[in-house]
Design a protein around this ligand. Structure first.
Ligand SMILES: CC(C)(COP(=O)(O)OP(=O)(O)OC[C@H]1O[C@@H](n2cnc3c(N)ncnc32)[C@H](O)[C@@H]1OP(=O)(O)O)[C@@H](O)C(=O)NCCC(=O)NCCS
Length: 174
């Protein structure tokens, strides 16, 4: 089933659900978070991050089901991308794919960025399949880059350039 997502500019009304997702064991592991967060600390982080665009992902009923983030480096015209469908029941419905496409359109077309890059852990098969399908190129493996639970974990780095995005839009049905 493919469900169409929409993006909404992230606001304080999205904080409570976001903190519930980010404080869950699963997303903490996926993103390698160390410190516990709460609504107040999360809001302070949002307000102290003017170079980070955040969009709330809404499903067809308008329910907030995840977020996409783009940490923009204006000097280098690049953006570091992160995404999560926070509600496990909302995964596998096509929302992540639509949210990724909408965010890439914002990045390359609205913000005119040259490069979007991201990290995955190699065991995140769903994310890697999704990014590969949407034109990301594997740049390499950052070996033992993250220390978590007493062991080192490698992460993969992916990127996409503006020309590649334009070609993908011209030649595929994305
Ligand atoms: C990764 C994630 C964003 C994908 O979003 P989603 O809404 O579940 O994915 P979609 O339903 O849009 O599927 C899009 C594509 O992702 C891939 N995919 C999704 N679930 C998959 C799975 N369980 N196994 C393998 N590939 C999968 C497929 O390529 C799929 O395309 P297809 O259906 O045409 O084959 C979501 O699962 C998630 O938020 N996971 C937890 C957080 C996370 O891992 N974030 C990314 C960190 S790098």
């Amino acid at each position: 089933m493919t469900e169409t997502a929409t993006l909404r500019a992230y606001g304080p009304e999205h904080d409570a659900t976001t903190v519930r997702w980010l404080d869950s064991g699963e997303l903490r592991a996926t993103f390698g978070f160390r410190r516990a967060i709460n609504v107040e600390s999360h809001r302070r982080w949002v307000e102290a991050s003017p170079d980070t665009y955040i969009w709330a992902i809404l499903d067809t009923r308008g329910a907030h089901c995840g977020n996409t983030l783009l940490h923009v480096n204006a000097r280098h015209c690049s953006g570091y991308f992160q995404m999560y469908i926070g509600e496990p029941a909302a995964r596998g419905r096509g929302l992540g794919a639509t949210a990724l496409r909408l965010t890439l359109a914002n990045a390359f077309e609205t913000l005119a960025l040259h490069r979007v890059w991201l990290h995955t852990f190699a065991d995140n098969l769903a994310a890697e399949a999704l990014y590969r399908k949407h034109g990301f190129v594997l740049e390499g493996i950052e070996r033992d880059a993250i220390q978590a639970d007493g062991r080192f974990i490698s992460q993969n780095r992916w990127s996409q350039l503006a020309d590649e995005w334009r070609r993908l839009r011209e030649w595929s049905e994305l």
